[in-house]
Design a protein around this ligand. Structure first.
Ligand SMILES: [Mg+2]
Length: 237
């Protein structure tokens, strides 16, 4: 059977957990900023509390339609994360500091091999882009990373008014390149947000996950080297 990936002309990537991850960790960044505002809390505890509030608040789509509603959502998440714990006296000052910190590339790192893989795709003549559930700060983060020079399209949920797994954000991405569904590949780290919607639309999709969970019918690779292997590309110069 012909490899369906041979037809691919454009590759879109998820960002959070796929191309970028917070560095050193969300908990460490919270702890660091909290210390600037006179509160000392352990990073591991903050990390666990953040995970809890994140999974609670992301059960429903985020209302990221303008900067104010985005910021309000994050304010709620930060309050929930610090609930029943010591909070800075000047909560607004602290929150602004934290919010601005996460908009800087300083606290984000590219996953190993991501850039080499993107370069290999581009050398092979494929288009590369991003489809991300993120707020408006993604543009300033990207501007501080090497990704900004190697993406033909950047599609952010807060800018298009809907978020993955809503099929409309993928349809918008397809429209921008005017490729057929079978010519598009999406690479992400969530079956629910990244893989399932693509399959509904007839795109190819690859789950990138370090622990390779077994999912029936889902193409899984462990890292970006695996992506290159799957696509028959040679990463590096
Ligand atoms: Mg992700």
């Amino acid at each position: 059977m012909e490899n369906p990936l041979k037809q691919i002309k454009g590759v879109y990537f998820d960002v959070g957990g796929t191309l970028l991850h917070p560095h050193p960790s969300v908990g460490e960044i919270y702890a660091l900023v909290l210390r600037r505002w006179g509160v000392d809390l352990p990073a591991e505890m903050l990390q666990a509390a953040f995970r809890g509030s994140w999974s609670h608040l992301t059960r429903t789509p985020k209302d990221f339609t303008n900067e104010e509603t985005e910021k309000e959502w994050w304010r709620k998440l930060v309050r929930m994360t610090l609930e029943a714990r010591e909070s800075p006296k000047d909560f607004e000052g602290f929150f602004d500091d934290l919010y601005v910190s996460f908009s800087s590339a300083e606290y984000w790192r590219l996953h190993d091999g991501a850039l080499d893989c993107i370069h290999a795709l581009r050398r092979a003549g494929l288009k590369t882009g991003i489809i991300s559930n993120w707020d408006h700060r993604l543009r300033s983060i990207l501007a501080g990373t090497p990704l900004c020079g190697v993406m033909d399209e950047v599609i952010i949920s807060s800018e298009v008014g809907c978020e993955k797994p809503d099929l409309r954000i993928f349809a918008e991405a397809a429209r921008r390149w005017d490729f057929e569904p079978a010519e598009l590949l999406y690479i992400g780290d969530s079956v629910h947000h990244d893989i399932e919607p693509c399959r509904k639309l007839g795109w190819s999709a690859v789950l990138i996950h370090p622990h390779e969970p077994v999912q029936a019918g889902v193409s899984v690779v462990r890292n970006f080297e695996g992506v290159c292997r799957l696509l028959g590309l040679h990463a590096g110069e």
